[in-house]
Write a protein that binds this ligand. Structure first.
Ligand SMILES: [Mn+2]
Length: 344
């Protein structure tokens, strides 16, 4: 791992760009914000780039208004001298527009915890078994010898809380507890972050959740839940994509459920599919089968087609996988392998 070199690169350089994956989550944002705050405290010249809307329930984060679209900075940054941090992002394609800036920059630093990260950086700090990318940023702050203030702590804790599902997917242990204690002592609030990340939702989002629960289908033989939203559902509720955050989890609430799948129509005949699992099930092979990616317990991919055929394809695959994972992986091994790290 290149953490020592990353620390040296921070010390030796003045200009930094930070970005994360499209369809951003609390770990991507928390990592960006914490890193921004660290570099800001060192009086470095730093910009954060993201081209989509940052969901309103993350607006409590410090420096959130400093996140800019690519078009706003293109003329201001001397890319030849800039170090580009890509955080919580398994491959450059997931960056969206900021991807075009990577090759203009002096150094690309890739900090991530996705198992299928393609090690695309000049320097790579990738540890797949870490619960969040923000814990890697925490290690960097320590190596830098930088004091953790409230802003840094809030970013770091936001990533940890989001990616562990509020400490439901990762056990609180003797490694994490002292870190959480340190971050809360620095001024971050577990209670407040938990509320914003998981509970703070506008009325339109709650209506959308109601529709999702009405659509819920559960397969009692293979033990998985399916939820979906069509464009008409978003329109009827006055909801947007950000309002669907967290809905995928409900398919795992049913006793015995092993996998939850959430299919949503983002444009006509264009679907995003999110997968979640609990217990021992690793859903990454399923995501790779469909040219997606992610983690063992949280992954996703995209599919085109009409809704009924998309749903049929996805549910058939999940059923086959749950009934016999070895057979599924053996039958599809070349396709699964070819897609690892390609597009998650
Ligand atoms: Mn993450």
């Amino acid at each position: 791992m290149d953490s020592q070199e990353i620390v040296q690169t921070i010390i030796k350089n003045e200009h930094f760009i930070i970005s994360s994956h499209q369809n951003i989550d609390g770990d991507g944002l928390g990592s960006m914000i914490a890193l921004y705050a660290i570099l800001f405290n060192q009086s470095k010249n730093v910009v954060m780039l993201y081209d989509e809307t940052v969901p309103y329930f993350y607006h409590y984060l410090p420096f959130i208004e400093q996140i800019k679209p690519v078009s706003s900075i293109t003329n201001q940054v001397n890319f030849k001298n800039a170090v580009f941090f890509v955080v919580d992002c398994s491959n450059p394609q997931r960056l969206g527009l900021p991807q075009q800036l990577l090759e203009k920059c002096k150094t690309v630093i890739n900090i991530d915890h996705h198992p299928d990260n393609s090690s695309f950086g000049d320097l790579n700090y990738v540890v797949p078994n870490y619960p969040s990318t923000t814990i890697l940023i925490y290690q960097l702050v320590k190596e830098l010898g930088e004091k953790i203030d409230r802003n840094i702590a809030t970013g770091l804790l936001t990533g940890l809380i989001t990616d562990t599902g509020g400490f439901q997917y990762t056990e609180l242990n003797s490694t994490l507890l002292p870190i959480i204690e340190e971050l809360t002592a620095a001024g971050a609030s577990v209670a407040s972050i938990m509320r914003y990340v998981f509970k703070y939702r506008r009325q339109e989002a709650l209506k959308l959740l109601g529709v999702a629960l009405n659509h819920l289908y559960y397969d009692p033989h293979a033990n998985f839940g399916v939820i979906y939203h069509l464009q008409d559902d978003f329109r009827a509720c006055g909801a947007t994509e950000e309002d669907a955050e967290g809905i995928v989890d409900y398919g795992l609430y049913i006793p015995g459920s092993e996998i939850s799948v959430f299919i949503r129509e983002v444009d006509r005949d264009n679907f995003k599919i999110s997968l979640r699992s609990q217990g021992q099930r690793n859903i990454l092979p399923l995501a790779h089968f469909f040219e997606g990616g992610g983690h063992h317990k949280a992954a996703g991919f995209k599919l085109k087609g009409n809704f009924l055929s998309v749903r049929q394809t996805v549910t058939d695959c999940i059923r086959q996988y749950l009934i016999s994972p070895e057979e599924f992986e053996n039958t599809n091994s070349s396709k699964i392998r070819a897609n690892v790290g390609r597009n998650s």
